[in-house]
Design a protein around this ligand. Structure first.
Ligand SMILES: [Zn+2]
Length: 421
């Protein structure tokens, strides 16, 4: 989910230089599994077209971060219908060959911790009820094995991840209840510091994990809940890495070397995450892919003002508010254009070179970034296009399959095993 208006896009921390030798080693490791350079482009394209359905069908396709619950709770969005708005529904998940999605249980940091806690349980209930309304298409995922089961039954597994650690209200009992209800990852912070963890979006980005923050991470490991370091400060990332006994995920972050944004991961962080066995799930939001998109800000300043008016005018009418805000989103996209598809591929390629292809996954942030996704990736149905793009970048089918979901499934299993160790 995007940071709320007023988010401070201050200057970035200086990235520590990534050793060229290490990068070179990771790069050659990565290229070993890619297509042979001698293979002609024509042959490769023909092969790709012939084998694409089988790769998609054979793969576990798992997107670790979609903000669709907002539409469900605020607008009564029916997942069973194909919509001309929003980015995720059952027909489009089917088209995209999706095996599973993590729905984000998101609470703005502007809410008090107590009300965020209450709201988290309301959203969880709404997701569970919506899944229950589509028993022929969906199952509620609670364990990694549910993804394979869903796939065998030709269904889609809907999992839940909590976005924003403030929603546990600094209480491990609340965390345990959320786990009990089905939450299987938690993003330690959203865009502000919690009392126990520093955020990348806070004015003070020097804060890491407090002692209680370390207890939260340990309890998540004990329960078998994935620890998500998207949105946290760099210090929180390294403190979490030191504390956790299971691999971590970045559920929706991209590469800071390509787009200098504090929400993205430095090469040093990506490499450390991989060493720990974790996965960076690439976020599709235009500013995280290309910082140059920020220069467009003056071109839609008036739209931001209109959005503020809409929020005020429709404060008590969430459905109409969303409809009006969507119109402004589309106008902004029309004015600024989308990030080129190739730029998204750059992030997948960079992350795979730094971390190795076993440590990269999908974290689109669909329904959370106001329609600002790349060309060709307008919604979740476009996964086949992503496969073609990765093939054109010489990723092997084996690596593509791992990036689509195999890597994430491995982390889910590792987290479950660590919980029972
Ligand atoms: Zn987010």
């Amino acid at each position: 989910m995007l940071e709320p208006p007023g988010y401070n896009q201050a200057t970035m921390l200086t990235r520590r230089r990534f050793g060229a030798a290490t990068l070179g080693a990771a790069s050659s490791l990565f290229s070993q599994s890619a297509c042979s350079p001698e293979e002609s482009a024509d042959t490769r394209t023909a092969d790709s077209e012939a084998s694409q359905p089988s790769l998609l069908e054979a793969s576990i396709v798992l997107d670790l971060h979609c903000d669709t619950p907002m539409l469900i709770t605020d607008e009564g969005y029916d997942l069973g219908q194909r919509h001309d708005y929003g980015e995720v529904d059952i027909p489009r998940m089917r088209e995209g060959g999706i095996s599973g999605v993590f729905f984000s249980i998101y609470m703005p940091v502007s809410q008090s911790a107590a009300s965020a806690k209450q709201r988290s349980f309301e959203i969880i209930e709404a997701v569970v009820a919506e899944v229950g309304r589509h028993p022929g298409d969906l199952i509620l995922g609670r364990r990694s094995e549910d993804i394979r089961r869903a796939k065998q039954e030709n269904k889609i597994a809907i999992f839940m991840g909590l976005e924003g650690g403030h929603a546990i209200d600094s209480d491990l009992d609340v965390l345990r209840s959320q786990f009990q209800k089905g939450v299987r990852y938690m993003t330690l912070t959203h865009s502000s510091n919690t009392p126990w963890a520093g955020s990348s979006g806070d004015e003070d980005r020097s804060k890491g994990l407090t002692e209680f923050g370390r207890e939260v991470v340990q309890e998540m490991n004990r329960l078998g809940m994935m620890v998500d370091i998207s949105h946290v400060s760099d210090q929180t990332f390294f403190d979490t890495l030191e504390t956790a006994k299971a691999p971590l995920v970045a559920s929706h972050s991209s590469c800071r070397a390509l787009s200098s944004h504090p929400r993205n991961m430095t090469d040093e962080m990506i490499e450390a995450l991989a060493k720990n066995g974790g996965v960076i799930h690439i976020n599709f939001y235009n500013e995280f892919l290309d910082a140059r998109h920020r220069v467009y800000a003056p071109a839609y300043e008036d739209l931001s003002e209109k959005a503020a008016e809409v929020r005020k005018t429709f404060a008590d009418d969430s459905k109409q508010r969303s409809i009006e805000l969507r119109k402004l989103d589309l106008e902004r996209v029309a004015r600024t254009g989308r990030v080129p598809f190739e730029r998204l591929l750059d992030h997948f390629e960079h992350a795979a070179k730094v971390a190795g292809p076993d440590h990269v996954g999908l974290g689109s942030d669909f329904d959370g970034v106001s329609a600002q996704t790349p060309e060709g990736m307008e919604d979740i149905s476009k996964v086949p296009h992503l496969i073609e793009g990765l093939r054109a970048r010489r990723f092997s089918d084996d690596d593509i399959s791992k990036i689509l979901g195999g890597n994430t499934l491995r982390v889910m299993k590792a987290v479950e095993q660590a919980a029972h160790a």
